[in-house]
Design a protein around this ligand. Structure first.
Ligand code: E4P
Length: 213
């Protein structure tokens, strides 16, 4: 499973990229709105920093509007992936963009049928939202497992991005259940690098080193 960062904050993206683990970036309208910057300018900054896929979401709800936005977004950099919501209009847009060889990430996926439909429309990625499913009493990780099994059984090469990842257990379980990618907030990178035994070990090694005879 590869790591994407789920952020529109350029400092976080640069710092995650310096870790050498970053395969891409996802943004959404809420994350961009928090930044208070021009969307296109921020995408230019992000794509010049990160080589991997950078997902940029359309706001329009109709296929014509989605395609107009998608073409403007795709013109920003070759590594832009157009993020499209899981709707009938969205599926038409995914089909048209896939015919134009523009990569797409179908977002707001909450069921295996939605994921299958998005894949068949030509999506490069589907993004099941784990945390938001857990929030309403469902099990987001089970959805990853279902999508993974369906895609494997039917030789579908659309990649599964575990999204709305809220804690380290989500990450491990997404990897175990077949997600190709997890997109995570920066704070999760800080959380998963930590282990109390690692910290204790470093402290002991340094003490022993400093107290040598
Ligand atoms: C990523 O593609 C999603 O937009 C994001 O992970 C949603 O996360 P949230 O449910 O924490 O807002």
């Amino acid at each position: 499973m590869k790591f994407f960062i789920d952020s529109a904050n350029i400092s976080e993206i640069k710092e995650a990229n310096e870790l050498g683990i970053l395969a891409g970036v996802t943004t959404n309208p809420s994350l961009v709105a928090k930044e208070g910057v021009s969307f296109h300018d921020r995408l230019r900054e992000i794509t010049s920093e990160v080589d991997g896929s950078v997902s940029a979401e359309v706001i329009s709800l109709d296929v014509e509007g989605m395609l107009k936005e998608a073409k403007e977004l795709a013109a920003i950099a070759p590594n832009i992936t157009v993020k499209v919501p899981m709707t009938l209009e969205g599926m038409k847009a995914v089909k048209a963009l896939s015919d134009l060889n523009v990569k797409t990430n179908v977002t707001l996926v909450f069921s295996a049928n939605q994921a299958l439909m998005a894949a068949r429309a030509g999506a490069s990625y589907v993004s099941p939202f784990l945390g938001r499913l857990d929030d309403i009493g469902h099990n987001g990780v089970d959805l990853i497992a279902q999508i993974s099994e369906i895609f494997d059984r039917h030789a579908i090469d659309t990649e599964i991005i575990a999204a709305s990842v809220r804690h380290p257990v989500h990450l491990t379980e997404s990897a175990l259940n077949g997600a190709h990618i997890a997109t995570v907030p920066f704070k999760l990178f800080e959380q998963i690098v930590k282990h109390p035994l690692t910290d204790q070990g470093i402290e002991k090694f340094l003490n022993d080193w400093n107290n040598q005879k």
